[in-house]
Design a protein around this ligand. Structure first.
Ligand code: MBD
Ligand code: FE
Length: 279
């Protein structure tokens, strides 16, 4: 069909919308996406069996709860970040730690403490490497923000997240830390492994079909919030990870790979109550 014929058809479809009925914003979005889909079906000569295969794929993706993962993998979530950056730039807001995607694996309500938290439940201490991370929450003029809320979550050595992985204890590797009187926070945990999309799952099937992988480099997620301030959603990565700049979710950004130091000095190890080097 020609564009004009398709447009006539779409006009007929949209003309069945009740005047004053429904929601104008939703109408605009749904009709635009449907229009783009009609054009794509025509331009790419998409066949009926391909459409029904896609319908079944989408149904299964919903059953699997993988839409969040697909949004990350298709770069949609990263695109939203870039658009928020752009909007802030237009508003004259700049500086600070870069934002990057939340991903689909946050769980609210992690145990809260002030100044310090240990994130891991101890089950991977033998196998894994302990790390400490510390930082300071500051405002745009570098003034510390006491009482800021730092929510931290990350994967275990298998690349899995508690709650989604029912073998882990409740809120393992998830904590809420309130910054101390100097705006500082510190936590202890186990260096995580990178994440891989569930093998054979919808996202894995989709990415494999387009010749891509579904791996993320090792990372730690953060929400940072305080009254009167914009909320920061971000992550940090670790130097040396083979997927550092090859993340299926495109979340690695300059400024989000902090300095990391290996501590091998016996005295310092003992000071922390540990028996092997830490990071
Ligand atoms: C993750 O751990 C993640 O952070 C994202 C964005 C997608 C899948 C798994
Ligand atoms: Fe993650």
């Amino acid at each position: 069909m020609t564009r004009a014929q398709i447009d006539t058809l779409l006009q007929k479809i949209e003309s069945t919308e009740q005047v004053g009925g429904g929601n104008d914003r939703i109408k605009a979005i749904v009709n635009r996406i449907n229009r783009d889909l009609f054009y794509a079906i025509e331009d790419l000569d998409i066949q009926p069996e391909e459409i029904w295969k896609a319908v079944n794929f989408l149904t299964q993706a919903g059953v699997n709860g993988e839409y969040g993962l697909i949004a990350a993998g298709m770069g949609i979530e990263h695109f939203l970040d870039l658009r928020m950056d752009e909007e802030e730039e237009r508003a004259g807001i700049s500086g600070g730690t870069p934002r990057t995607i939340e991903g689909p694996l946050y769980v609210a309500g992690a145990p809260k403490s002030v100044g310090f938290a240990r994130l891991d439940d101890g089950t991977e201490v033998e196998e894994g490497k302990v790390f400490f991370m510390q930082g300071q929450v500051v405002d745009g003029n570098n003034n510390p923000i006491p009482g800021a809320i730092v929510e931290v979550w990350h994967a275990n050595l298998k690349g899995n997240y508690s709650y989604f992985d029912q073998t882990q204890s409740d809120f393992n590797l998830r904590r809420t830390i309130e910054t101390d009187e100097n705006g500082n926070y510190q936590f202890r945990s186990i260096l995580p492994s990178g994440y891989a999309c569930p093998p054979g799952g919808s996202t894995d099937v989709l990415l494999t079909s387009i010749g891509r992988h579904g791996n993320r480099p090792s990372h730690v997620h953060f929400f940072v919030s305080a009254p009167g301030f914009r909320k920061l959603t971000t992550q940090i990565n670790f130097e040396g990870d083979p997927y550092l700049w090859d993340d299926f979710a495109f979340a690695t950004r300059p400024g989000l790979v902090p300095d990391q130091v290996d501590i091998t000095d016996a005295e310092k190890i003992k000071e922390k109550g540990l028996t092997k080097p830490y990071s």
